[in-house]
Design a protein around this ligand. Structure first.
Ligand code: AMP
Length: 431
């Protein structure tokens, strides 16, 4: 199958060629024709599958068929974080290089003035995070009355970040007759409810792992004595001579502390989390990508959406209390056909989290024990759920569908020419 077979026209095909894409990814092959037909789409796809082009390309195709004297917002793409918003806009810019379509991105945490003046000059595609969109709408800077296509991107993360009410409010601003696309990596009961609420007879589209390319995300789970995690992390990095390692912690404080300890050992490390400014995060990510910093320590909130080519090592220094986050974390490895390893260091307090992750991902981990780092003995019956972050519901994943049931069999699309801008993300208390 080629992009041309999907029904895209010459100027868009030219931009795709310039990006270096050879064939549509599975999600693109399935989603693009449906979007072109005007169908509502419910898509299961996470970052790395090529989902952005899956919705942007057909939106562009539909928009170029109409002529407007002065552009009005005809497509609205709502996404949870500033970084994702910036990435999507970057993609739109590239895909629309040879067509006359205007796009604007708006997100919080930065001065609104340039965004307002961009909106004033006219816009066909608006990419937005919910808070800033509502803000600017309340101030009368946005007209959403002509929106024909509405995309809810990373819907699961939107709900995690507490955007449900904002989404509902935004939907009241849109015309009733419109095409809706919902993208989500996981499908909890809440996502299904949200989807049922606004999608009309949606076509289900899945990024199934139907690839032949061998791409292995190896997952290792090591039971570990909690106080020894730092020492073991340092040992792995030093002995393995790992040069590019992404480490996840659950909290901002944990990220800072670990970062400091690594730096003390002359392992260069920077942290990205909710307390860091946009500039700090962008800088940390850029340095990490260039190889100037060996370790990036991140909380889940901060790391979602970052696209790092050929990332060989991910360490879960702390296990996420939300199982879906595990899926996103290990999705950072093994991109672009590279083999990656995701190592989880699990202390006794986190065994319940691992049990939840095993349920969600429908796999049973072999739990390694390393001499000198073994945790105190614990009876199976004593494995209890530790208290999670306030307001977060660990059991939410009970109804989730597993997007990575075959973890070693997942193809990620990454275009090495395209290095994405770093950014940051909002929300999250401790993360
Ligand atoms: P996404 O899942 O949308 O974040 O895309 C992940 C990466 O895959 C991005 O760097 C895209 O530029 C790249 N990409 C998207 N579609 C294709 C394709 N058909 N072939 C190769 N790379 C692609």
């Amino acid at each position: 199958m080629t992009f041309k077979d999907l029904g895209l026209s010459a100027p868009i095909l030219k931009a795709i060629e310039k990006k270096g894409y050879i064939e549509p990814s599975p999600i693109q092959g399935k989603a693009i024709p449906q979007v072109l037909k005007g169908k509502d789409v419910l898509a299961s796809a996470q970052t790395g599958t090529g989902k952005t082009a899956g919705f942007v390309l057909p939106i562009l195709e539909k928009l170029i068929k109409q002529e407007f004297k002065r552009p009005v917002v005809r497509a609205l793409i709502l996404t949870p974080t500033r970084e994702l918003a910036a990435q999507i806009q970057q993609n739109i810019k590239e895909y629309s290089e040879f067509v006359n379509i205007r796009n604007v991105v708006i997100y919080g945490g930065v001065n609104q003035k340039p965004q307002v003046s961009a909106l004033r000059s006219g816009v066909d595609i608006l990419v937005a995070t919910p808070g800033r969109l509502i803000d600017l709408n309340n101030q009368g800077h946005i007209n959403l009355k002509k929106v024909e296509m509405f995309v809810l991107d990373e819907a699961d993360r939107m709900l995690d970040m507490g955007f449900l009410r904002d989404i509902q409010r935004i939907m009241t601003l849109l015309p009733e007759r419109r095409q809706n696309l919902l993208f989500s990596a996981t499908f909890s009961k809440d996502i299904k409810k949200l989807a049922n609420g606004f999608l009309d007879n949606p076509i289900l589209v899945e990024a199934t792992p139907e690839n032949t390319t061998v791409e292995v995300i190896k997952q290792r789970v090591i039971r570990m004595d909690k106080p020894r995690k730092t020492a073991y992390t340092i040992k792995m990095i030093e002995e393995g001579d790992w040069q590019q390692v992404l480490i996840f912690t659950r909290t901002k404080h944990g990220a800072n502390k670990l970062c400091q300890k690594l730096n003390n050992k002359k392992i260069t490390a920077m942290a990205i989390h909710g307390n860091k400014s946009q500039n700090q995060r962008t800088k940390a990510l850029a340095q990490f990508k260039k190889g100037e910093v060996r370790v990036l320590v991140a909380t889940d909130i901060a790391a979602r959406g970052i696209d790092i080519p050929l990332l060989p090592h991910v360490i879960n220094y702390e296990i996420p209390n939300i199982s879906e986050d595990y899926v996103h974390r290990i999705g950072r490895t093994g991109r672009a056909g590279a083999n990656g390893v995701a190592i989880s260091l699990v202390d006794n307090d986190e065994l319940a989290y691992i049990r939840d992750i095993e349920k969600l991902t429908k796999q049973k981990f072999d739990k390694e024990i390393i001499e000198g780092y073994e945790p105190p003995h614990i009876d199976e019956k004593d494995i209890k759920a530790p208290k999670g972050n306030p307001g977060q519901n660990r059991n939410r994943n009970r109804n989730s569908r597993n997007p990575i049931s075959k973890p070693g069999n997942k193809k990620h699309y990454h275009n090495s020419k395209n290095s994405k801008k770093g950014g940051n993300r909002g929300g999250g208390n401790k993360r």
